[in-house]
Design a protein around this ligand. Structure first.
Ligand SMILES: O=C(O)CCC(=O)C(=O)O
Length: 292
């Protein structure tokens, strides 16, 4: 057991129950079906800030069970800065190199917690997340970018530490459970050689006093009050994948990429982190209007 009461010491906590397994399975099913039917569109949608495209996911980021846990670590005034999917389909090579989240996010101070919600079972066999307990106390460590093809991180960034010499912990979760991790914890995950998909929804929470360096990004006020106004408020989705929703999503990515890639040697290879080109969009309403 790694309880929330020991979060400051360990840098992570799990397992924390959030929803019933059947609820998680229904969300996972929706995602996998969408990926199967419209792979290109799904690749764009299930990268970063998917909560701006789906009302159902916007409800997830505001769930009481999640916020109650995050509040125990960060206090009662909470913003959701971003949310990303990490989907490993069965028998695929996608992996996450060992890294610290704080490396490129430009958020200060580093009081940021990720709530990683498992929508399918996530275990050693199908490539669950692994951490180095206590590594968040080592400060910011240098990283190098690999831009590896199968790496799920936007720059394929890797911490300059020999992880084979470290004691690691595999965060095994049932569908509907989540873990919390500190923005400076060393973490990563291996590929999924099994027949079981591994789907995680990673929600990044910050207390309202945190500041964004390098630009102004969006954040949703999910609990308490914000007297600092360090972030703009996004328009929350009313329809699934509607034209307005895509516009908001793209604007949020644009702003985020200004911060995350300002010193990057090359553009990201991760589809879900790329901004759509001018004229390229997925809104059926807009497409129809243009065709007429
Ligand atoms: O899903 C994974 O395997 C890694 C997730 C991750 O790097 C994160 O949530 O910060």
């Amino acid at each position: 057991m790694f309880p929330i009461s020991k979060f400051d010491w360990n840098g992570f906590a799990y397992p924390i129950p959030v929803m019933k397994p059947f609820e998680a399975a229904a969300l996972a099913d929706q995602i996998l079906r969408f990926q199967h039917v419209e792979p290109e569109k799904a690749a764009r949608a299930f990268g970063t800030n998917t909560h701006l495209l789906f009302p159902s996911l916007c409800a997830v980021i505001q769930r009481e069970q999640i916020l109650d846990a995050v509040e125990q670590v960060l206090g009662r005034n909470l913003l959701l800065w971003s949310a990303s999917f990490f989907i490993k389909r069965p028998k695929t090579n996608s992996f996450v190199s060992w890294h610290q989240d704080s490396t490129y996010w430009g958020l200060e101070p580093p009081e940021i917690v990720t709530a990683w919600l498992a929508l399918t079972p996530s275990n050693r066999e199908n490539g669950c997340m692994e951490v180095v307990p206590g590594s968040h106390l080592r400060g910011q460590v240098s990283h190098y970018d690999t831009f590896g093809d199968e790496n799920m991180l936007s720059r394929g960034q890797k911490v300059s530490v020999d992880i084979s010499q470290e004691k690691t912990e595999a965060i095994e979760l049932e569908a509907g459970q989540m873990s919390l991790h500190h923005v400076r914890i060393f973490h990563g995950s291996k590929p999924n050689p099994t027949d079981i998909p591994r789907i995680g929804f990673a929600m990044r929470f910050i207390p309202t006093q945190v500041k964004q360096k390098g630009g102004r990004t969006f954040a949703v006020l999910v609990r308490g009050q914000d007297v600092f106004n360090n972030f703009d408020r996004p328009t929350l989705p009313r329809a699934e994948l509607g034209a307005t929703e895509w516009e908001m999503h793209q604007e949020s990515l644009k702003r985020m990429n200004t911060v995350l890639f300002n010193d990057a040697a090359q553009a990201t290879k991760v589809k879900g982190h790329q901004i759509l080109k001018t004229g390229e969009q997925f809104s059926p309403e807009k497409k129809k209007a243009e065709e007429q």
